[in-house]
Design a protein around this ligand. Sequence first.
Ligand code: SF4
Length: 207
Amino acid sequence: MLKVAEEFVSIQGEGYLTGVPMYFIRLAGCSVACPIKKYCDTDYSFKYEVTAKELYGRALVWFDEVSCDSYALDWVCITGGEPLDQDISELVALLRAFGKKVMIQTSGMRDISFDVDWLVVSPKSDRWQDLKIQKGHELKLVYRNQTPHLMAEMYHWTKFHSYFLQPYEKKTNYNTQETVDMVLHMCNKLGQSWRLTTQLHKSLGVR
Ligand code: SF4
């Protein structure tokens, strides 16, 4: 059984696939020792429990509702909480066998034993050595004044297609300028291709 917080359709608001319409499955629970847990505004509280097949079936109903001949909702984003706290391998396999592309957003603090189409790691440790997942498509770091040295090590020792830095929201204040400055510093001074990402869905006031 999978513990779920919510399912909805929206656009991806962060990172490389910003703007892409997706079906979101937010799994309940987060066991990660996360330094920003106190300020985490994601509601990953447990709402209901379903099997992987049932969750897949619910997704199919959504696909039928929002897709027509000229438009297809290709992507499913499985997020949390920490989605890899639960065994989602069957759900991912069902969705991919149906032809959907699956994105996982994880802290990287749990192992993953199956393939996905887009793997996003948002580290909750500043040390790359603490990550169980050290390669994938996208690494997205929330900027909490990590030193350039720690960021450079994260970039150097991990293997991701893209590296993003995201402003940290603390009680509705964002450190956007500091984040931009750090992106420029990492690019200009250290020759590392970090990029800025914001949370577009929040600024647009959508889910
Ligand atoms: S790991 Fe993610 S979901 Fe869990 S507390 Fe930290 S920010 Fe929130």
